[in-house]
Design a protein around this ligand. Structure first.
Ligand SMILES: [Zn+2]
Length: 241
């Protein structure tokens, strides 16, 4: 094998080879956890949450959430329908609080909930997000907010989980002629990004708004809502920031 000698400059000093690979700076979202379930290792949960957020959020998004308090996970068993929830910050201070059911620790759950935090705190998100984070919300607005969040989750995650399909189950119930929940979810991912592209930051928000009305998830409707997410979106005007 031919060996290349290290380069030297005119004075005979070794010249450092310039790398053309830019080292990706990875920032971690500052995360702590309180575990109310004896079988869950807090370190593992924190690590999993950091891994997911460092992959599925842009650097700007991570910095923004860390600056505004970081994340605090409370791992606790929730009632049957709830897998997780974004609680917010106490009096607008301290960390962003998330409730996570230990049975649903997954990439999709973490991504979905952290998008809720971004909707409230990221200044670069569209005006509609702000509107949908001021409570109390109508069932129609909750429907729209959840469907948009789910679409963005499916766009961002590295791997969709066809078994985690709560909202798609509701769609199937309302529209029995549609394909299975798993198929609908896969279809939506394809329509959003194709198989391998997983956008973050503003790009992921843009893609969701552009394609939303053609997604199965736009047909989602909470039982108490009179409108589907798609119908409710028609009643809104969205200003981009
Ligand atoms: Zn949600």
């Amino acid at each position: 094998m031919k060996k290349t000698l290290p380069k030297r400059d005119r004075k005979g000093r070794f010249v450092k080879k310039k790398s053309n690979i830019l080292k990706a700076k990875t920032t971690n979202l500052r995360t702590t956890a309180t575990i109310c379930n004896p079988n869950t290792d807090p370190k593992k949960v924190v690590r999993a949450f950091r891994d997911v957020t460092s992959q599925n959020l842009s650097q700007r998004e991570i910095r923004g959430l860390t600056k505004s308090g970081g994340a605090h996970l409370i791992v606790v068993e929730l009632d049957n329908r709830n897998e997780a929830a974004y609680v917010g910050r106490v009096d607008g201070k301290g960390p962003h609080i998330f409730l996570i059911d230990p049975r649903f620790i997954s990439e999709e759950t973490f991504t979905h909930e952290v998008i809720h935090a971004l909707q409230q705190y990221d200044p670069k998100r569209p005006s509609l997000d702000k509107e949908l984070t001021i409570y109390p919300l109508s069932w129609e607005d909750v429907t729209l907010k959840e469907a948009l969040t789910e679409a963005e989750t499916i766009a961002r995650v590295k791997k969709i989980d066809p078994t985690a399909d709560n909202y798609y189950k509701d769609i199937k119930k309302d529209n029995p002629q549609y394909p299975s929940e798993k198929e609908m979810k896969k279809e939506d991912r394809k329509r959003l990004t194709g198989e391998n592209d997983t956008p973050k930051g503003e790009k992921s928000v843009k893609i969701v708004h552009k394609k939303f009305k053609n997604l199965r998830i736009s047909k989602f409707k909470y039982p108490k809502s009179k409108l589907t997410a798609k119908q409710q979106l028609k009643t809104k005007t969205i200003k981009r920031r």
